[in-house]
Design a protein around this ligand. Structure first.
Ligand code: XLS
Ligand code: NI
Ligand code: NI
Length: 436
């Protein structure tokens, strides 16, 4: 029996002003933009944790989501049944990829060995679902933050036994990701940070985290996993301060511990805003370091201060994101993973469709708007012109490192007062408005 009887087949396509309730108004998987199909630019993924496992509880109230396919038990049968439901959803929602944590797909057992066995029992089910649907795994990861043993962190725990347990979990999750043909693997430092410095040895914790990642790189090599590793920055929540707090902090950490060749960044919009940055700032920092790997596509309520993981529906945001993705030549192994959940009041199964379709349409528009801004060319031309003095002999000498303070003093003393040109911010913003 179908889990989503209200959605008989793949979500239809409709004209932008159509009154059809559930339809794609803008996303056309095969339509080319800049010579490449939309689906290959956007590489959408839905995540198992929000779509299948999030009951929409909040700190003050019980879960509200209706999940008629779920008997609420932690049984393996229930876990297996969910896989079929999820792939029916992907199929009907025209989403090509997915992401998961180990504990989303298989229940935690009473022992580590039992948890491993549970995960093993799910592998053939997930493999079969992928094979018969053609859907692929964007990335896998391990949940190193939900169980009480991880209250003080996983790779940064004060307990080496917890560190070993987390290592075992990551080893297994990596192997399962490999087995499922995953294109990537994410490390999000759920509780890799601290609540209080009074009880924390930050130097040791950061070194342990680096050791942990190096061992993962070694194991990746040992099993022949070719997927991309990502680290996902987030400044706080659940910890008060997390070591992977933003893109710049992650890059500094990776460089300090010789990990930069092995990991790229998975940037999430709501984490950027929690860090006090815009999403485009975080993406630009990552891109400029050659380390922009993938995106967790969501958004937050800016004045709220929590990781509310809302669906990204603002075309100004999606346009800015796609401008940066296009500027780096598109994703390679990465994609747009909707690390997003419906609001607690949107509890019907069909809201899973409305939310994803809204996000996909917003990104389809964002992609087209970004392509139009690039074709217009005025903004890029303006920026190039703004820096043209750096293309002079003097500019080139400074950039090449072949000049000195002594020489620059001689030049500056002989030159008239420098004249600056307007930054034209409002004019540039008005150009963007023309395309929104
Ligand atoms: C939580 C994170 C998490 C990661 C995967 O805030 O975004 O969902 O993406 O562990
Ligand atoms: Ni995320
Ligand atoms: Ni998040």
């Amino acid at each position: 029996m179908a889990a989503f009887p209200d959605v008989p087949g793949p979500v239809p396509f409709a004209e932008p002003r159509s009154r059809t309730e559930l339809a794609f108004r803008h996303y056309r998987p095969d339509e080319p933009v800049e010579g490449k199909a939309m689906r290959d630019h956007l590489r959408f993924a839905s995540c198992y944790w929000h779509t299948m496992r999030n009951g929409l509880a909040d700190p003050f109230g019980a879960p509200t989501a209706h999940m008629p396919w779920d008997d609420g038990s932690g049984s393996l049968d229930n876990a297996k049944r969910r896989v079929g439901v999820f792939f029916e959803f992907l199929e009907k929602c025209r989403i090509d990829r997915w992401c998961f944590h180990d504990r989303d797909v298989a229940p935690e057992g009473r022992t580590l060995a039992e948890s491993h066995r549970n995960l093993d029992a799910l592998v053939p089910v997930m493999k079969q679902a992928q094979a018969s649907s053609g859907k692929t795994l964007l990335w896998g990861t391990a949940c190193l933050f939900a169980h009480p043993r991880y209250a003080s962190g996983a790779a940064t725990s004060p307990s080496v036994s917890v560190f070993a347990y987390a290592a075992a979990q990551v080893k297994k999750a990596l192997e399962v990701t490999h087995e499922l043909g995953g294109e990537g693997y994410v490390f999000w430092g759920g509780r890799e940070g601290y609540l209080s410095l009074w009880n924390t040895d930050m130097r040791r914790e950061r070194e342990h985290l680096a050791r942990f990642l190096h061992m993962a790189v070694e194991h990746k090599r040992a099993i022949g996993f070719k997927g991309q590793f990502y680290i996902e920055p987030k400044p706080r929540e659940p910890s008060v301060h997390q070591y992977d707090s933003d893109a710049a902090a992650c890059l500094a950490f990776l460089r300090e511990f010789d990990l930069l060749p092995h990991l790229k960044l998975n940037i999430e919009t709501n984490h950027a805003t929690l860090a006090g940055h815009t999403m485009e700032h975080e993406l630009t920092v990552a891109r400029d370091a050659g380390a922009l790997g993938s995106i967790d596509a969501n958004t937050g309520t800016e004045h709220c201060g929590w990781d509310t993981d809302e669906f990204p529906i603002d075309i100004r945001l999606t346009s800015k994101i796609m401008l940066i993705v296009l500027s780096m030549g598109g994703f390679t192994t990465g994609g747009l993973n909707f690390d997003a959940k419906r609001r607690r009041e949107s509890f019907e199964p069909i809201d899973l469709f409305h939310s994803h379709v809204a996000g996909m349409d917003a990104f389809a528009r964002g992609l087209k708007i970004a392509a139009a801004i690039r074709a217009d060319g005025r903004i890029a031309d303006f920026v190039a012109r703004r820096y043209r003095s750096w293309d002079s002999d003097l500019g080139r000498a400074v950039e090449a490192g072949t000049t000195s303070l002594v020489e620059l003093e001689r030049i500056a003393l002989a030159a008239p007062e420098p004249q600056l040109e307007s930054g034209r911010q409002e004019w540039l913003e008005a150009i963007v408005q023309e395309y929104l």
